[in-house]
Design a protein around this ligand. Sequence first.
Ligand SMILES: Nc1ncnc2c1ncn2[C@@H]1O[C@H](COP(=O)(O)OP(=O)(O)O)[C@@H](O)[C@H]1O
Ligand SMILES: [Mg+2]
Length: 249
Amino acid sequence: MLACKDLKIDFDKKVVLKGVSLHFPANKISAIIGPSGCGKSTLLRAFNRMHDLTRGAHVTGSVTLNGQEIYTPGEDPVLVRRRIGMVFQKPNPFPTLSIFENTISGLRLSGERNSARLKDVAEQSLMDAALWDEVKDRLRSNPTTLSGGQQQRLCIARALAVNPEVLLMDEPCSALDPIATAKIEELMFRLRERLTLVIVTHNMQQAARASDLTAFLWMGELVEAGDTEMIFTSPKKSMTEDYITGRFG
Ligand SMILES: Nc1ncnc2c1ncn2[C@@H]1O[C@H](COP(=O)(O)OP(=O)(O)O)[C@@H](O)[C@H]1O
Ligand SMILES: [Mg+2]
C-alpha cells in the first residue's frame, strides 16, 4: 500500500499542495480528480520522487510504500522509481529505440545482460500490457509506427518490465480515442490483481467507471476521498457534489 501524510509541495515558494494525506490500497484502482491546475500531477509525481529532478521544487511530509519512507535520505530515487512506475499523459516511448528495446530499457539500465532473460521479460511485459499479439512480428520496428493507444500500452509494458509494486498513471487516456481508452481501462482491471494503481483523470466518467476509490482535490487541498460509488452518488461535501455534477471546473 502507498500512502502520503501531510504532503506539502511548493515551487520556488509557490505553494501547490497544502498538506495532503491519503492512502492507496494494494489491488485497488484509486483515481485522483479535480479541476485543471489543482495539483493532481504534482501529487502523483511526488509518489516516485519526480520532483527531485525539478529545480525549485520543495517536498515535505511523508510518502510511504508498505510503511517504508521513500524520502529517507540516502534512499536512491532510481530504486524508488523501479518500485513505483509511472505512465504519462502523452505516450513517450524512446523514439530511437525499437519496440523490443523500449520494453526492456529499464532492465538494461539496471545492468541485465542475459539475452534469454531480456527476451523473456520483453515477451511477458508486452503480454501483460495486452500488446504482444499486435507487435510480436515487428519487435525490431520503431515505436513511432504504432498507434497512440499502442504506444501507451508500450509505455505500460516498459513500466511493468521492472516489476513495480505501484503504477502511477497521469491522464493516460487523454490523448486516446474511446476504443484505445477502453483497452487501457480493461488493462487496468487486469493489472489491479497484482499492483496498486493510482490514476489521475480529468474525465469523471472514467473515474466513475474505472476506479474503486476516488480522491477529489481542489486548489492543492484534499476535499474528500472514499469509495468511488460513494463519491459519485452521495458525497459528504457540497463542493464535491458541485464538481461531479459539473457546476464548476
Ligand atoms: N515545475 C513547476 N514549477 C512551477 N509551478 C509548477 C510546476 N509544476 C506545476 N506547477 C504549478 O502547480 C499547479 C498545479 O499543477 P498540476 O499539478 O500540473 O495541476 P493538475 O495536474 O491538477 O492540472 C499549477 O499552478 C502549476 O502551474
Ligand atoms: Mg496534470
